[in-house]
Design a protein around this ligand. Structure first.
Ligand code: XIL
Length: 350
């Protein structure tokens, strides 16, 4: 087979092409995979190793091993490194919102803890991490601000702008992102656009919007996805597709009606392709990737980066979400770390 040049080179004039680095990859020091990643991608995101539960498992106790390795790998290969994520309601350590005696913390204490968390991470990686997902998933679909522990403890959503102001103070050169899923949702779009206008008026430093892009074969409607790219860009935001993959399996109740809502039990009907992806589905996957990358290319002037959420099917979180034990095929490389037809089709667009 002809030597591949790598997506990062093919798309070099358009946008960065990135991947998430799993803890497994960092812990196992898989040289074959690392070489592949270095060849294909010019940006990396910390899939888990910088989340607060992992990097600060207990208040005041830091575990830098994997995070340091992650940054080192990116530096070795001259990649644009993305820190993910400073403020999020999920994967937070158990003691984050409570005192040692179990009593819930108040607003002042949360501000203190948030500031310490942001300061400690940004200080350590200053000048090395260029892009930060400062706040992740703070908006609840079209209902407005998510009523998370952050929101409730703070008594409002001002923790979001506080995080951005502090992040900017810590590193004025860092590119600061608000990241969320279902960013194509018109209700979410409208809400966020209003937030961005308000932030602009009041000088809250925010530079980009992250569209997680956890898509499926038939959702979302790409015209809504495109409308969101345009709407956020019109507010002066750079666009990042931060967690792209295409789930090829029926997803949870809204798609199958399967009753898995209570305990997320393993369900056979949600895992139909244990022995491999049938040819027609492989084709649909390829077509989906092609239409997405065509859309990205159409908006290359607005888009800074397209990051895939994992390097190969074997390590995708979509094998375990929304139910565990599935065999999913959402990425551009298969379980043997070989490029799939979708990879070649995306490469052939250039
Ligand atoms: C996921 C990781 O991929 C999993 O390994 C982990 O168990 C849960 O989190 N939105 C985000 C990401 O912003 O951090 C999530 O990553 C996927 C959804």
């Amino acid at each position: 087979a002809a030597e591949r040049t790598g997506l990062k080179n093919l798309y070099g004039d358009d946008f960065l092409v990135g991947t998430a680095i799993s803890n497994q990859t960092l812990a196992n020091d898989d040289q074959y995979l690392k070489t592949l990643i270095a060849k294909e991608f010019n940006s990396i995101t910390a899939e888990n190793c910088m989340k607060s539960a992992l990097v600060q498992p207990r208040q005041g106790e830091w575990d830098w091993e994997l995070a340091d390795r992650f940054v080192e790998f990116g530096q070795q290969h001259n990649m644009d490194i993305v820190g993910h994520a400073l403020v999020w309601h999920s994967q937070v350590p158990e003691d984050f919102f409570v005192y040692p005696n179990g009593r819930p913390i108040d607003r002042q204490e949360l501000i203190k803890r948030m500031d310490t968390h942001i300061r400690t991470l940004m200080e350590r990686y200053k000048g090395k991490i260029k892009i930060w997902d400062v706040v992740n998933e703070a908006i609840d679909e079209d209902k407005g601000w998510r009523e998370s522990a952050w929101f409730k403890t703070m008594g409002g959503a001002d923790y979001v702008e506080r995080a951005f102001r502090l992040a900017h103070e810590m590193d004025p050169d860092a590119h600061l992102i608000y990241n969320d899923y279902n960013m194509h949702n018109p209700g979410k779009r409208e809400f966020l656009v209003n937030v961005l206008r308000d932030y602009k008026k009041r000088g809250v430093p925010i530079h980009g919007v992250g569209l997680q892009s956890h898509v499926g074969l038939d959702y979302p409607d790409l015209s809504e996805f495109e409308a969101s790219i345009e709407a956020y860009a019109a507010e002066g935001m750079r666009i990042h597709c931060t967690e792209l993959e295409v789930d090829v399996l029926p997803v949870a109740w809204e798609h199958t009606g399967a009753n898995i809502s209570d305990n997320f039990e393993y369900a056979d009907e949600l895992n139909p392709y244990v022995d491999g992806l049938p040819a027609d589905m492989q084709e649909r996957l390829t077509e989906r990737y092609v239409e997405m990358f065509k859309l990205f290319l159409k908006h290359r002037d607005k888009i800074d980066r397209i990051t895939l959420w994992g390097s190969h099917d074997g390590e995708s979180w979509k094998n375990n979400f929304p139910v565990g034990g599935r065999t999913n095929y959402p990425l551009l490389f298969d379980r043997d770390k070989q490029p799939k037809p979708a990879y070649f089709a995306v490469a052939d667009l250039k």
